[in-house]
Design a protein around this ligand. Structure first.
Ligand code: MN
Length: 234
């Protein structure tokens, strides 16, 4: 049996669910069975979690800053409050059950907030000094900036390298990361690009979009999905 991977869609204006095909294709190629999990009733989450072997938290809107005890910054983007609440509970239940989670872009931010972490609501406005362009003006799979990986981390093991190049489509980023996670990847401007669990089977968050590079055959991105699905199958 293939592992069943829950994928959370984005919620656009007028409450429409929206999910890019490249997430599904990356899961299918790696041997998983994707199951789209709509934004539903929080009371049903235990039943949803029982169905899943793994969870992919996808990209989307900004996270409501009230969830990490901040008021909205001038440059906060659009938020999806119902998606936030549902996904936070979903992520927390998966963590309690020690079921694998891969968080992508907004997904790494959601993971961090789920355990009490904080975010930069707009990383370019809230950081001083020389910053990289984290909202790249380039094609989806273009690897625009470098991420240094922590030696001995899960991600370094997956990448087989301490230095990778990633795409970048985010204006928010992680600020404070609670000790249940370790920072395993960082950009040269100090922006956190990857976190992972210190004690769970497989919990990995990346700030970039490996699913867009995987479809172009980029090897590190392919291996991220391979290792995630392998962990879900155990
Ligand atoms: Mn970036």
């Amino acid at each position: 049996m293939k592992p069943i991977i829950g994928i959370t869609p984005d919620v656009e204006k007028n409450d429409q669910h929206f999910l890019r095909n490249d997430y599904m294709q990356a899961i299918i190629r790696a041997g998983g069975l994707p199951l789209i999990v709509p934004i539903g009733n929080v009371d049903d989450i235990a039943q949803v979690v029982a169905l899943l072997d793994g969870l992919l938290l996808t990209g989307g809107n900004d996270i409501n800053p009230l969830l990490f005890n901040e008021e909205p910054h001038t440059h906060l983007g659009e938020v999806s409050p119902n998606r936030d609440l549902f996904e936070l509970e979903l992520a927390r239940h998966m963590l309690v059950e020690d079921k694998p989670i891969l968080g992508i872009c907004r997904g790494i931010q959601l993971l961090n907030v789920a355990v009490g972490g904080t975010l930069y609501q707009d990383l370019h406005q809230q950081n001083v000094g020389l910053m990289l362009q984290h909202v790249q003006n380039a094609p989806q799979a273009h690897q625009s900036h470098v991420v240094r990986l922590e030696k001995g981390s899960l991600l370094e093991d997956i990448a087989c390298s301490e230095r990778i190049q990633v795409n970048s489509f985010h204006h928010q980023s992680l600020k404070d990361v609670p000790p249940v996670f370790t920072v395993s990847g960082m950009a040269s401007d100090g922006i956190i690009e990857a976190i992972e669990s210190v004690d769970k089977k497989f919990v990995l968050g990346v700030q970039w979009h490996p699913e867009r590079m995987a479809l172009k055959g980029e090897s590190v991105s392919l291996r991220i999905f391979d290792r995630f699905i392998a962990a879900c199958g155990k």
